[in-house]
Design a binder for this molecule. Structure first.
Ligand SMILES: C[S@@+](CC[C@H](N)C(=O)[O-])C[C@H]1O[C@@H](n2cnc3c(N)ncnc32)[C@H](O)[C@@H]1O
Length: 462
């Protein structure tokens, strides 16, 4: 069982291991242990409370760049820069919003500290210690009050339902997760996951009707949902293709504004969880791309097309690739809508194409068409699983790509493997033939205040 990331933050920060509690902010740590020990002796180590979370985050990003530098050295690449980092690390860019910034929250249904098995909230504890409980999210600072209100109403609904919560699939029960998504224009989407177990169509229809009634004319109407979805699911997670999101009430999409553009968002489409933070991030990505009028921008793992569409006016063409079909439909709609109505942008958005499918399947053929063409800049923003090795190979072997921005919320994980494959010497066995990339700049963004996590942008050139 995974801990909900909305609750991880304060707990995780407080329990940071001692190795994360070294000194320093904007300057890199000395490379030799001796010097480091001298620094530690001469200055008392500040407690976590004495340091800002941004300093804590800076330290952890620094360690990631130090790890990358040593791994590259092991491959025979002279990568160590001052402080043992693989490239300069800029200070963490703060989020414009600190509290209540989340536009999406996922609430579980499970036993609370009082024993109530119909508690809607967030998990605390660990599976290994068998001490997981579900606690209400009322005091969690990064979740907005609207999300808490919908969670409270859902709890009220399931508490009055004769059906059981589904805690362990094989033990039966029905009521599962609630996802709440909101936008700055006041839209609220709720998605309820339900385990059908042995229920027939008629019984399912009854539950859906009760849910709709509760949220449209019952006590849940205070939430003023603009979309209410229901998904039957017998697995931990189901895509729309595996089990469709069923619209019970309202509009099929919510809409968000970002950099003056309007974005349509489907229930299963990714959107950065901190919209104001995303604006800051995309602005910086635009600057780091150094695009000229004839640049072609590859937006790999593009979601609803936010990065490509934000930068479309700077480049000759945007090519987006994304695995979630509904997100690609959103991206196409977003391109068309903003192209048609946003005549104020310097160039109308008519230069974007989006491809649906796994990047590892789509990209190799796509890049073959662009080899030796105009300058290509690649922006990759994969999920935590990182890029498939075929994607790295296709990028690496496409000579026109001289500049690559890797955006990652977990650079210490699978992304590290990608960094090494991008930068290692040519390796015929792995079919990594092109010139290696070199990391030249790292900028962390505080996309997730109240947590230990950052969004890291790593710029590579060759
Ligand atoms: C962190 S999100 C970034 C989305 C987008 N760049 C943004 O800023 O909104 C990662 C995206 O990668 C997509 N994705 C995951 N695996 C993929 C794959 N194998 N091929 C293409 N897209 C993938 C996910 O569906 C998700 O939309």
């Amino acid at each position: 069982m995974a801990l909900c990331c909305a609750l991880r933050p304060p707990l995780a920060l407080l329990s940071l291991p001692a190795r994360h509690r070294s000194l320093g902010t904007a300057t890199a740590a000395p490379r030799d242990g001796k010097k480091k020990a001298r620094v530690s002796r001469s200055l008392p180590e500040p407690s976590w409370e004495e340091r800002t979370p941004l300093q804590v985050k800076y330290e952890s990003q620094k360690k990631i760049l130090q790890t990358l530098a040593s791994r590259l050295e092991e491959l025979g690449i002279d990568a160590q820069k001052p402080g043992g980092l693989c490239c300069p690390l800029q200070p963490v860019v703060p989020s414009p919003i600190i509290n209540g910034y989340r536009n999406k929250s996922t609430f579980s249904v499970n036993r609370g500290p009082d024993g109530n098995p119909k508690t809607v909230g967030l998990y605390v504890g660990t599976g290994r210690e068998r001490n997981i409980v579900c606690v209400k999210a009322n005091h969690v600072e990064n979740i907005p009050s609207k999300h808490k209100q919908v969670a409270q109403c859902y709890e009220e609904f399931i508490c009055h339902s004769p059906l059981d919560p589904c805690i362990l699939f094989h033990e039966g029960g029905h009521w599962r997760e609630l996802v709440v998504r909101t936008t700055r224009c006041g839209h609220t989407m709720a998605i309820i996951t339900f385990h059908p177990q042995q229920l027939g169509q008629e019984a399912l229809a009854t539950q859906k009707a009760l849910l709709k009634e509760f949220f449209t004319c019952g006590p849940g109407a205070v939430c003023a949902l603009t979309s209410l979805y229901f998904q039957e699911s017998t697995m931990t997670r189901c895509s729309h293709e595996q089990s469709p999101y069923q619209l019970l009430h309202g509009a099929p999409h919510i809409f968000e504004e970002l950099h003056g553009l309007k974005f349509r968002i489907s229930p299963d489409a990714f959107f950065q969880v901190n919209t104001a933070g995303a604006e800051v991030l995309y602005q910086a990505v635009g600057e780091l791309c150094q695009a000229t009028g004839d640049t072609v921008l590859l937006d790999i793992c593009c979601g609803t097309g936010t990065i490509g569409l934000s930068l479309a006016h700077q480049v000759s063409k945007v090519i987006g690739v994304e695995v979630v079909e509904k997100a690609i439909e959103d991206a196409e709609w977003n391109a068309a809508f903003n192209g048609e109505f946003k005549l104020t942008v310097a160039k109308r958005i008519s230069n974007c194409e989006f491809h649906s499918g796994k990047a590892e399947a789509v990209l190799p053929q796509l890049l073959a068409l662009w080899e030796d063409a105009r300058p290509l800049v690649a922006v990759v923003n994969p999920s935590r699983a990182g890029l498939h090795h075929r994607v790295v190979r296709a990028i690496r072997n496409c000579r026109s790509i001289r500049r690559l921005l890797y955006i990652s919320c977990k650079p210490e994980g699978e992304a590290m493997r990608n960094f090494l494959e991008l930068c290692c010497p040519p390796d015929p066995q792995k079919k990594l033939a092109g010139e290696p990339f070199v990391p030249v700049l790292a900028i962390p963004f505080d996309m997730f205040p109240h947590t230990v996590h950052c969004e890291l942008v790593l710029l590579f050139t060759r």
